[in-house]
Ligand binder design. Sequence first.
Ligand SMILES: NC(=O)c1ccc[n+]([C@@H]2O[C@H](COP(=O)([O-])OP(=O)(O)OC[C@H]3O[C@@H](n4cnc5c(N)ncnc54)[C@H](O)[C@@H]3O)[C@@H](O)[C@H]2O)c1
Length: 428
Amino acid sequence: MSSKHDLPSWIQADNPGPWGIFLKQVDRVAPYLGHLSKWVETLKRPKRALIVDIPVELDNGTIAHFEGYRVQHNLSLGPGKGGVRYHQDVCLSEVMALAGWMSIKNAAVGLPYGGAKGGIRIDVSKYSQKEIEHVTRRYTSEIGMIIGPQKDIPAPDVNTNAQIMAWMMDTYSQNTGSTATGVVTGKPIVLGGSLGRVEATGRGVFVVASEAAKDKNLSIPGAKVAVQGFGNVGSIAAKLFYEAGAKVLAIADHTGVVYHQNGLNIHALLDYVKEHKGVKGFPESEPIDVDQFWRLDLDILVPAALEQQITRDNAPHIRAKIIVEGANGPTTPEADDILKEKGVYLVPDVIANAGGVTVSYFEWVQDFSSFFWTEQEINERLEHIMKNAYRSISEVAAEHQVSLRTATYIVACKRILGARDLRGLYPS
Ligand SMILES: NC(=O)c1ccc[n+]([C@@H]2O[C@H](COP(=O)([O-])OP(=O)(O)OC[C@H]3O[C@@H](n4cnc5c(N)ncnc54)[C@H](O)[C@@H]3O)[C@@H](O)[C@H]2O)c1
């Protein structure tokens, strides 16, 4: 088991944060790794963690400093890949855990990538577009020495988007002297972005949820669904459920929770949120509180906001048959155990939200060849990869009688550590 001695000196032993969750998840997989278990410690130490200071001049002429991170958790299978998060609570432990989850996710779906993640401690609501641009460009310059199309390829995450990727691509290209579209994914289409990327994570969530529903003899038309988070991931997943005939009973975001017993009109809610910047006050709904949200009688629950939302406090009250994790790390290990005991079928983040990075991979491949696929080709390839990954992981879960999360870790860790074993140590 992990002890404080497994922790780097710069992570608090009494409060390791999300990185502590990742370590526990790795511990759970160790007994299934056979001869590769000798390498398991590799996963408990990020290969590289860079902390940078980002000084920028604000619109009012004062100088502000922001803390930025880029963590490369493991690069055994290929260059690092993972998003960049802008949030006031971002910290090193969180970015390390998110990087670790990217290693697992990329390997679970069979992408030729290691895992990485970045972040900046910033409350984006307090700054202008120009200030965000300056922060983004300086951050990109500061991490420029460890990113690149063959080294580590950032992408959007919470509060970052295609415009931010465009600034990152431009800054990196200016600094290296040639246009390098492949340095980031999730770019605008005109700058080498891929069709289907914006919707990819939500679409992947819907695809695996549909497969899980089949396994549990549930039909999507008429299924009772609730989604926490109505951003990139949650809104697209909710829209696809709605369009497939599911009843999306409730949507929660940072402004509140809206509910309708016959199902919300998600198209109308999307229009409303565009204008009002949150779900609160949506006319064709009634407000409920967060506690009621977690107690709803549901077929499918999709947490698609932030991590550590399903905890030992609310897990005992959850009445969903299936949980599909759109967010990264929304369920704590204690909650995982409670849900397992209650017989909730949980499709973990490391497979459920892999659609985004899968289409990011397509974008990267298209950028190298400067040859672009149609949206239909993208969606078909995405569906094929997601379905296959889900099927092979459910077979491993059945074979070892373990949860889908542990099964995903078994498949992924065997790939990562198998590559490590073949590459060996340098110097040996
Ligand atoms: N965007 C991607 O391609 C992608 C890929 C894989 C995983 N993810 C993960 O999915 C999650 C959501 O990412 P996103 O890109 O949709 O972010 P986003 O910024 O577009 O949306 C986040 C949503 O969460 C809501 N939210 C924030 N705090 C909340 C709270 N306390 N309670 C309820 N709702 C809250 C916000 O209101 C917003 O609707 C994150 O965990 C992210 O790491 C995103």
